[in-house]
Design a protein around this ligand. Structure first.
Ligand code: XLS
Ligand code: MG
Length: 343
């Protein structure tokens, strides 16, 4: 039994299509996914706005709320909560050049409209968080946007959301690149800077994804620690990444075991979850995975997280203290490796 509650998004179970090939698995309905997620022990579902309301652009605000209400019924059927709603600002023609930081005023307004609808959907689903993964808030051509103007547009857009609903909390999910070449908000440090510049910093925090930190050349555990130190790490996406390339969303811990151990360790040491925070997964099955194994990467990620939780529970903090006092980090490092390899 884990001390943590886990969440997952429906996009974690997918048909396997990628930029180089078509689907290899059958599509699975939202209801079937919720049923299986509940059976696997997940407590909450992460949403994009159009996961909950697929044809969102074509509906009125009231119709959007009504559609979201139907999804809430489905969540209730499987005893699942909603963790957050994320406006999907990377697929729509209005977000070709970004959303909040687009050079087109109309597109910036569209991005804010979708963000306010995400807040409406969140309220219907019974949650108070929206996540902004700033997928296209950056440049493909460096000179095409001013980073100063772009960051100020982003802050202004967040202020619009803070004004729209007095209770909503906004979590920025940083990533240094992909699909853009240069992101305007690439790390949890950038997120904290943006938070401080908004009109209500106590309602603007972050979601740290392991793979995104690795893509920035940083250690995910340290990025988690930075957000925790600010009291603003309100969600995580635990996964893994094999070096600096496209975002792989690998199962948690499968590439960088010691980094995964230290992510669980720092979360446990700082009582993450005490205020209702979830451990979110953002993992993709390998394209080679067969239909029958469509959830195996999620089961593996959950199992690895719980196995690492058990390792931290066995961790000898007295020995760590002794090594720190003696400045004997060689001994400490060997202890950690033995714990991970034998213990
Ligand atoms: C990127 C994001 C994305 C979700 C949330 O990693 O987490 O996967 O769609 O916006
Ligand atoms: Mg993610």
């Amino acid at each position: 039994m884990s001390r943590f509650k886990f969440s997952v998004g429906p996009w974690n179970v997918h048909s396997g299509a990628d930029a180089y090939g078509p689907a290899v698995r059958n599509e699975i309905s939202l209801g079937e996914k919720f049923k299986k997620f509940s059976e696997l022990g997940f407590s909450a579902i992460q949403f994009h706005d159009d996961d909950a309301v697929p044809n969102i652009n074509d509906l009125s605000e009231n119709e959007i709320k009504a559609e979201a209400g139907k999804v809430k019924q489905l969540l209730n059927k499987y005893n699942l909560a909603a963790e957050f709603v994320a406006p999907r600002l990377w697929m729509d023609p209005h977000t070709t050049d970004g959303g909040y930081t687009s050079n087109s005023k109309e597109d910036r307004e569209f991005a804010i409209w979708r963000s306010l609808r995400s807040i409406d959907i969140a309220k219907e689903l019974g949650c108070d968080k929206i996540v902004l993964w700033l997928a296209r808030e950056g440049t493909l051509c460096s000179e095409s946007k001013s980073a100063v103007d772009a960051v100020n547009h982003l802050i202004s857009a967040i202020n619009s959301m803070l004004d729209y609903d007095k209770d909503i909390k906004i979590l920025i999910e940083p990533k240094p690149n992909e699909p853009v070449d240069r992101s305007f908000c690439g790390t949890i440090g950038h997120v904290m800077g943006v938070s401080a510049a908004t009109k209500d910093p106590k309602r603007v925090g972050g979601l740290l994804e392991s793979a995104h930190a690795i893509l920035a050349g940083l250690d995910p555990a340290n990025e988690v620690g930075f957000g925790l130190a600010m009291g603003k790490l309100w969600s995580v996406h635990l996964n893994d990444q094999n070096g600096m390339k496209f975002d792989q969303d690998k199962s948690f811990g499968v590439e960088n075991l010691r980094q995964a151990f230290n992510q669980i360790k720092i979360l446990m040491e700082n009582n993450y979850g005490a205020n209702g925070e979830y451990i979110g997964l953002d993992v993709k099955a390998m394209r080679t995975t067969r239909d029958a194994d469509s959830y195996k990467h999620l089961e593996n990620s959950l199992r690895i997280a719980k196995m690492l939780e058990a390792k931290v529970e066995k961790y000898d903090y007295q020995f760590q203290k002794q090594c720190m006092e003696n400045r004997d980090y060689e001994a400490l490092e060997m202890y950690v490796l033995e714990l991970l390899m034998q213990g």
